[in-house]
Design a protein around this ligand. Sequence first.
Ligand SMILES: *Cc1c(COP(=O)(O)O)cnc(C)c1O
Length: 222
Amino acid sequence: MSIADNIHRINAELAGTAARLCVVTKTHSVELLEEAYAAGARVFGENRPQEMAAKQPQLPPDVEWHLIGQLQTNKVKLLAPFVHTIQSVDSLKLLREINKHAAASRRVINCLLQFHIAREETKSGLSMAEAEAILADVEFSHLTHVRITGVMGVATFTPDEGQLREEFQQLRGYFERLKSAHFAESEAFCDISMGMSGDYRLAVAGGSTIVRVGSAIFGSRG
Ligand SMILES: *Cc1c(COP(=O)(O)O)cnc(C)c1O
């Protein structure tokens, strides 16, 4: 199946659900991104700031660029002029830096709070207590150039569907709690980014609004 076939198939599966497709383009050449764009993809996810910044000027301006990997504070300025959403926010320090560079670019940058939902120790992300601490911090209320638009999580790499369902349910629970405690008035707080090539159908069934799919579109990254 071609890249276009894969994108069309996944978009057809998502039609009628709450979820939209973020095509994970990391490691792939601009040529392949152009192929995805031609097939209708408009949301691209990259995990390395330098790679995203190098590709962005080579694609049409209506691409929504989402950062999905860990972001060091010294790399924020590379992305601030164009990034649509930073899905991997895991500290107040990072929000402060995004806010500063977004202000310098006269922009407001969408941010998802990344939660730790996997049982693997290695996968990063916040606990609920850490997220609450960020949102309760008086400094957070002064950050006018970041907009928290939801939550993101990476599930355990496992074929165990029961476990995956639990992890997706956990992230959805975090979303609901934050929504009612902090964002009840915010229409912008609406996204739950969960689901990858191996588990996006379960994630969509569990309430995902953004699935991040790479290898099911481009093949394995080798
Ligand atoms: C690479 C990556 C994906 C896509 O993974 P696939 O299994 O290739 O679909 C999704 N989310 C994050 C955070 C990633 O790093």
